[in-house]
Design a protein around this ligand. Structure first.
Ligand SMILES: [Mn+2]
Length: 230
């Protein structure tokens, strides 16, 4: 009888603990930051959703299209040629170059690292733009959209920092190669973290990304990156 009582108590304890754990989990997922829509939910049949940056994207633009597509869905793309730094970083983390798209007609668009009509591919129709994630000033020619769209423009040294913040806020795991691309963009845009524009908060994001990317020493890796472009 005593054994039976103990078993009942043990069972009840396990039941209560699992209830509490479940409650804690549900509470934390309710607090998760979510994109106002998943790309899948606004995609129209037979229409692609491309993330794309400036016509000739640098590592910030390329890292951002790849990371945004991972976080929100859609396809990472580019509108033109890139540079040696982009090639080095993609090669280093074994990531495919985003596809070159020559005609964005009929596609829905998420812009990264750009918000000016003068700096985007001529086939991108402003009415197709459904998201903008950028760190540049809203200059004289911001993209005009007929509807309200998801726009996240923050004063940061790179779009990569903003997307890393979005991953962290959404409590989403950052895959190793994406952490590598994002931290490379941060290194590139801050002259290896020496820029006076770099805030402590951004520095902390670089320190979060580095171990995920398997980078032991950001300075050593950054020097390799700089060598590749000389
Ligand atoms: Mn940028």
């Amino acid at each position: 009888m005593r054994l039976y009582n103990r078993l009942v108590i043990a069972f009840l304890c396990i039941f209560i603990i699992s209830l509490l754990l479940n409650l804690a989990h549900n509470t934390s997922s309710n607090n998760k930051y979510e994109f106002p829509y998943k790309v899948e939910s606004i995609k129209r049949k037979n229409h692609d959703f491309y993330w794309v940056g400036q016509i000739h994207p640098d590592i910030d633009g390329i890292a951002s299209v790849i990371a945004a597509a991972h976080l929100y869905g859609g396809t990472p793309s580019r509108a033109g040629t890139t540079d040696a730094e982009v090639e080095f970083v993609l090669d280093y983390f074994d990531v495919e170059m985003p596809q070159l798209v020559e005609n964005f007609h009929d596609a829905l668009i998420g812009l990264v690292d750009v918000n000016q009509t003068t700096q985007i591919h001529q086939t991108i129709e402003p009415s197709s733009v459904k998201a903008i994630i950028d760190h540049h000033a809203l200059g004289k020619n911001p993209v005009h959209t007929p509807d309200a769209v998801f726009i996240e423009v923050r004063p940061r040294t790179s779009t990569a920092v903003i997307i890393a913040e979005q991953f962290i806020l959404a409590d989403k795991t950052i895959p190793k190669p994406i952490a590598g691309l994002l931290v490379s963009a941060i290194l590139s845009t801050t002259d290896l973290l020496k820029s006076p524009m770099l805030t402590d908060k951004e520095r902390r994001i670089a320190d979060i990304l580095a171990p995920i990317a398997g980078i032991k020493d950001l300075e050593v890796y950054g020097a390799k990156m700089q060598e590749a472009v000389q």
